[in-house]
Design a protein around this ligand. Structure first.
Ligand code: CTP
Ligand code: MG
Length: 230
């Protein structure tokens, strides 16, 4: 059965700064969003992609197809979750509520085929979807007054959430709508699902599946992509 990709790309990159929203910054000769699209649409079962763009986006290259697969666009919203919800609703009519959708950040250019394959396999068998993630490696400090250390927190059982995050379209729409009704800003799709009582699976992925947030991340992404086969 077919899967669809959903790519939130309506952010402004305020932490990165500068005039160009980071999804349009180039690494390895093309914009971050092109790497995100390529990684998902390279999978034989991913049928197409829906990209959520800012209403004043003047940089979208206007791609209609990628690898012969449809690339569609819609208008995103003020928060990431609004953009994802808009994209899920805008999917073409043949994408039913049971279709597994893969939500992947436009600013995450180094997703590998092997991780995507494992995520899809787990998500298809899982009751409530699955996400790529990795265990926390650093020692965690709780900041107190004046940024002095108040406590050391256990990292036992703590993971960092990556994308793609894979859920059934209908269940994810319902969860995101509920979060909106409740006035809760969810920072990833899994959080919206968790609020409904779902327990998505954690799929351990490569730590180099980084999201570009700062200039240092962009330099690291350039390096990581240079290590890959052309
Ligand atoms: N995103 C989106 N709609 C929003 C906010 C974010 O589609 N209203 C997208 C971004 O374009 C990005 C992904 O969600 O691909 C991850 O978000 P983040 O890294 O936070 O990007 P920005 O919101 O653009 O950056 P910042 O938070 O620094 O402004
Ligand atoms: Mg943001």
């Amino acid at each position: 059965t077919e899967l669809w990709a959903v790519i939130p790309a309506a952010g402004r990159g305020t932490r990165f700064g500068g005039d160009v929203p980071k999804q349009y910054l180039e690494v390895a000769g093309r914009p971050l969003i092109a790497h995100a699209l390529q990684a998902l649409l390279a999978h034989p079962r991913v049928a197409g992609a829906m990209v959520a763009l800012s209403p004043d986006d003047a940089r979208w290259p206007g791609w209609k197809q990628w690898n012969g697969k449809p690339v569609m666009r819609c208008v995103g919203g003020g928060e990431r979750a609004d953009s994802v919800l808009a994209a899920l609703r805008a999917l073409p009519a043949q994408v039913d509520d049971n279709t597994l959708v893969l939500v992947h950040d436009a600013a995450r250019p180094n997703l590998r085929d092997t991780d995507l394959e494992r995520l899809i396999a787990v998500a298809e068998a899982a009751e409530h979807g699955a996400i790529l993630a990795a265990p926390v490696r650093d020692t965690l400090k709780r900041a107190g007054e004046g940024d002095r250390i108040a406590a050391t927190e256990s990292r036992e059982g703590l993971w960092r959430a990556f994308t793609p995050q894979a859920f059934r379209r209908g269940a994810l729409i319902a969860a995101l709508e509920q979060a909106r009704i409740d006035g809760v800003v969810v920072t990833d799709e899994a959080m919206a699902m968790e609020r409904t009582g779902a327990r998505p699976a954690l799929v351990e992925g490569r730590e180099d599946n980084l999201k570009v947030t700062t200039a240092a991340d962009l330099a690291l992404a350039e390096y990581l992509l240079s290590l890959r086969d052309p």
